[in-house]
Design a protein around this ligand. Sequence first.
Ligand code: NDP
Length: 285
Amino acid sequence: MGKIIDGRSLAQKLNSRLGREVKKFPKAWPKPTLAVVLVGNHEASEVYVRQKAKACSAVGIKSVVRLLPSSTSEKKLLRLIDRLNRSKHINGILVQLPLPKQIDPKKVIGHISPDKDVDGFHPNNMGRLFGSNDPNPLLPCTPLGIMALLNSTRVKISGKHAVVVGRSHIVGRPIAELLLQADATVTICHSRTKNLKKHIHHGDIVVAAVGKPHMVKGRWLKKGAIAIDVGISRLGNKRLVGDIDFKTAKKRCSFITPVPGGVGPMTIAMLLANTIKAYKIQKGI
Ligand code: NDP
């Protein structure tokens, strides 16, 4: 039976550490501040924004939520980002995705100042992840959270075969790169991959980031594999489930993350860590 990697408790530990760090900043300095921009009333996004604001306040980060109607033009959103980029009081900017159809998310992400890009999606920060030797880039939160979850198992990643299912710019590709940097041998699978089961069966580490409930069956996994489930889907009965069939997978894995309570809390914790990192970069400390 696989051990559950408890993302909630790991996130709590990280949050406590971050809270202690915030308390050590000089009293005269303004609090680290995160601006969260939400366009429209996407139900899931509203929940995520509330969770992020709550998490911020728990560690002493101030959050400022800007709610804009779904009819907002791209120009208006870009103007708001300009103001947030210029503001001395704002250290991090997060634009909640998805955005309404009339707004190009790439343009919006590219407009955020790279030093305030706490999601780590700006092309400069992506470039730093993939190309440069920058020792301190702002990296995407979910992949950072996954690496922390893997490291918490104390299993050596070097030399392991990692299979990443999903090749999005926010999860699949950056986690594949981080695993590669940790000296894993990495296979990336996607919707056109032939014989997905066979690839997954070779994985010592399997990261599923697809968004299809219970797509990965327990019997597909190699015995003793570590299974990291990024997917979040809501079933008809409102229950949240991941991409991995938890019940059957738990019997084959050495470690497995649950949904909810695995990758999700660590993604938020890494957002807080990135906000503090951005604050320190801007303060030159
Ligand atoms: P995307 O939709 O951007 O990417 C999904 C990926 O899955 C694509 O690369 C797609 O392939 C691939 N895919 C689709 N169908 C299959 C299939 N049948 N077999 C193999 N691969 C397939 O999603 P995201 O990366 O943004 O998110 C993935 C999931 O993770 C979602 O459920 C999302 O809600 C969740 N998520 C959770 C987070 C958390 O904090 N827990 C954070 C971010 C996301 P192709 O490229 O060929 O289309």
